[in-house]
Design a protein around this ligand. Structure first.
Ligand SMILES: NC(=O)c1ccc[n+]([C@@H]2O[C@H](COP(=O)([O-])OP(=O)(O)OC[C@H]3O[C@@H](n4cnc5c(N)ncnc54)[C@H](OP(=O)(O)O)[C@@H]3O)[C@@H](O)[C@H]2O)c1
Length: 327
């Protein structure tokens, strides 16, 4: 595993880290045994950063992480998120009272004195124009309830606006072969401001693992079934907002570029690591096999300039129109 610095925190985080959404819910059934095993396998590979949220399985993901951390002795950073328990999910509700209550609940679930990193969980865009929300986060930091805070965003513009608040340490954004716009301006600005970047949905919800086909089915409780057209939350979170069938075609164009001996998931993750501004990619994994496969992407040699150019050309011709100006 290789480690990268994370914003101005002084942390060194594994460049492949772990996304723990599926250990909570929304991805079909994941047994407790598989969830715990996936986390231990990831940590055994040198992963030291885990991303979760209070809403993933209504706290299940946070509680499983807490259980695993108790059994380990190494330094492990856990980033959680707050805001999505709000109903209705509206900007004014990102206030001191609600944020404090969410933090208290995550502290209990994770069984810690202070949260390592609290991220606003894709709030409405107006929140980035509400200094009082960030002042409340500053106060929670002062009070010792959170060590650092950051944001998880849908859009590049939100990422750029969020970085105007000086204590935002990190931005989590969708970045993968199907979502290349963050690399244009945002990465440059984040590097200047020393803001950490978490590349989420790095496998385009599994599509970029190359294992899916027109025949693949997803259970009713899997967002790749129930949110395919954005019925439940932002459509960009499911297959990165790329139409499933055309995504499959793009995967076939990418397949010949996968280096010998590597899996397509590793290739997709290695592409993300080619960008120095990225602190870590946070692929989700539902079992030990996926966790190990993903972690080992860090050991792959750098992709050649030619391969990078070919990937860009495929994006420009077959993906760009669907996503580039939307997020
Ligand atoms: N709003 C937000 O802040 C937000 C939104 C989305 C995600 N996130 C974070 O980002 C993390 C990663 O994104 P994601 O989980 O949505 O998507 P992802 O990492 O692109 O895809 C994860 C899924 O791909 C499949 N997979 C993983 N590794 C594989 C491998 N090596 N080979 C084959 N298949 C593999 C698994 O599902 P199957 O086996 O069922 O195919 C897994 O659940 C989340 O866990 C979460 O922590 C945050």
């Amino acid at each position: 595993m290789n480690y990268r610095s994370f914003g101005r925190t002084g942390w060194q985080v594994s460049e492949i880290s772990f996304g723990a959404w599926a250990l909570g819910a929304d991805w079909g059934y994941v047994s407790e045994e598989d969830a715990l095993d996936a986390l231990h396998a990831a940590l055994d590979q040198g992963i030291n950063f885990i991303d979760t949220a209070d809403v993933y399985g209504d706290g299940r993901s946070e509680r499983l992480i807490a259980q695993v951390i108790k059994e380990r002795s190494e330094q492990i950073y856990v980033a959680t998120k707050a805001g999505r328990r709000l109903n209705p999910h509206i900007a004014p509700a990102y206030n001191r009272e609600n944020l404090t209550a969410f933090v208290e609940r995550s502290l209990k679930n994770l069984d810690v004195e202070a949260l390592d990193l609290l991220q606003l969980h894709c709030p409405p865009t107006e929140v980035y124009y509400m200094p009082e929300t960030f002042a409340a986060l500053d106060d929670l930091t002062q009070a010792g309830k959170i060590k650092y805070y950051g944001v998880s965003v849908e859009k590049v513009e939100e990422a750029i606006k969020a970085m105007e608040f000086p204590n935002v340490q990190s931005v989590q954004i969708i970045f993968n072969i199907f979502r290349q716009r963050p690399a244009e301006l945002f990465f440059q600005l984040a590097e200047q401001k020393q803001v950490g970047i978490l590349a989420r949905v790095p496998l385009a919800s599994g599509l970029l693992s190359g294992k899916m086909s027109r025949q693949t089915t997803f259970t009713d409780d899997d967002h790749r079934n129930y949110n395919r057209h954005g019925e439940a939350f932002d459509v960009g979170e499911t297959f990165s907002g790329v139409d499933y069938e055309s995504g499959l075609e793009v995967v076939e164009r990418l397949r010949p570029l996968v280096p010998q001996g590597a899996t397509m998931a590793q290739f997709a993750l290695r592409w993300i690591l080619m960008f120095d501004a990225v602190s870590c990619a946070i692929p989700g994994a539902k079992n030990r096999r996926q966790a190990v496969d993903n972690a080992q992407a860090a050991g792959l040699p750098a992709l050649s300039d030619e391969t990078m150019a070919q990937i860009r050309a495929i994006y420009d011709t077959a993906v760009r129109e669907q996503v580039h100006q939307r997020w």
